[in-house]
Design a protein around this ligand. Structure first.
Ligand SMILES: [Zn+2]
Length: 183
């Protein structure tokens, strides 16, 4: 392949990539639309809060983090692979990401926010109705029905599984101790 053809190819590729990134198929955008259709109102990408939550719902005292399975290391997820080369580099990066996420959840908890982590694989190309319902139950309820873990980071966890491992739905709910606090 000539150098010119390769450059054109790179430009085409990057244009295609930016189109993909700029499209409305990203999981958090799909989730926002679904929540909006359910009547929820929210703010997005709130930088002043730990971890810059993707979605916050002040009325419900809740923050939602939509996590990519690869970068945020969804436990047991087939998408949480580790590249074969430079393993130590990747592992270091992944460990730092997981630590940062955990710290953000603890800080949000301390600030009185209930948090919900939703893995991207639970959303896919469209938001499954059962997932929207679980999120709605979490948001509208006080969350006590979801308690079950001693770890404050994983006090509640909902796992809706189907027989297809690629389409399983996992939602983790984290409940602030001081859930009466408004923001
Ligand atoms: Zn996953």
């Amino acid at each position: 392949m000539s150098v010119m053809a390769d450059i054109v190819d790179q430009q085409t590729r990057s244009r295609m990539m930016s189109r993909i990134r700029g499209s409305n198929t990203k999981p958090e955008i799909l989730l926002r639309r679904a929540l909006h259709a359910e009547g929820f109102r929210f703010r997005i990408n709130v930088r002043r809060l730990p971890g810059t939550p993707d979605i916050i719902l002040p009325r419900w005292n809740a923050a939602i983090l939509v996590h990519g399975c690869f970068w945020h290391r969804h436990p047991g997820c087939p998408k949480a692979t580790t590249p074969a080369s430079n393993r130590s580099f990747w592992q270091e990066k992944f460990t730092a990401n997981v630590k940062r996420d955990r710290r953000a959840l603890l800080q949000l908890d301390e600030l009185g926010w209930r948090t919900l982590t939703i893995w991207e694989c639970a959303i896919g190309r469209h938001v499954p109705a059962p997932l929207v319902q679980e999120v709605a139950v979490f948001l509208r309820g006080n969350g006590t029905e979801l308690r079950g873990h001693d770890d404050p980071i994983r006090q509640g966890e909902i796992a809706l599984s189907s027989n297809d491992p690629a389409s399983f739905v996992v939602v983790e709910c984290h409940l602030a101790e001081n859930s009466g606090m408004s923001f």
